[in-house]
Design a protein. Structure first.
Length: 168
């Protein structure tokens, strides 16, 4: 019999697991040293007084009553001025290698789409690395459109500090 997959919202008790997923994703994306997140930061920012993002976790349950965390999605809301409504932004989606091919990535995205509709979001967006051909094909197969005319801009580290102090 095929394993059962269930999607559950993360709780504060899952902070360590969420950090494991983040580190595994960074490894997959060929940048393991970029992770600065700690359990303390995740606890504060995901479950503290000001919650900046949410997480859902996919579990695979077998017939023997065992449950294994298989993947996660971390998301937050943005806002579209043109639509006048919030959007749902998927920051991270990751399924552990041994669980790929079971439809877990699709199930996580379906869950987020359900949340977006329930919360009256005008759209759902995410980015994908240009070298990640399997993910690109997966997303296109789900009906995603690539927004190639939009270029992501980022200010972080010293540049963020300089900008906060009035610019260069």
């Amino acid at each position: 019999m095929a394993p059962r997959v269930r999607i559950e919202p993360a709780t504060e008790a899952d902070v360590g697991l969420v950090l494991e997923f983040i580190k595994e994703l960074a490894e997959y994306e060929r940048d393991p040293d970029a992770v600065e997140a700690t359990e303390e930061l995740l606890r504060k920012n995901l479950f503290g007084a000001q919650r900046y993002a949410e997480v859902v976790i996919a579990y695979v349950d077998d017939d023997g009553g065992r449950s294994e965390a298989a993947g996660f999605a971390l998301f937050f809301h943005n806002f579209s001025t043109w639509k006048g409504r919030p959007g749902l932004y998927l920051e991270d989606l990751f399924v552990r290698g041994q669980h790929r091919g079971l439809g877990i990535g699709r199930r996580l995205l379906v869950q987020l789409a359900h949340i977006a509709r329930e919360r009256e979001c005008g759209r759902m967006e995410w980015v994908v690395l240009d070298w990640n051909a399997p993910a690109i094909q997966f997303y296109l197969g789900l009906g995603a459109r690539q927004m190639k005319e939009w270029i992501i801009n980022r200010v972080d580290g010293r540049a963020l500090t300089a900008l906060a102090e009035g610019g260069r």
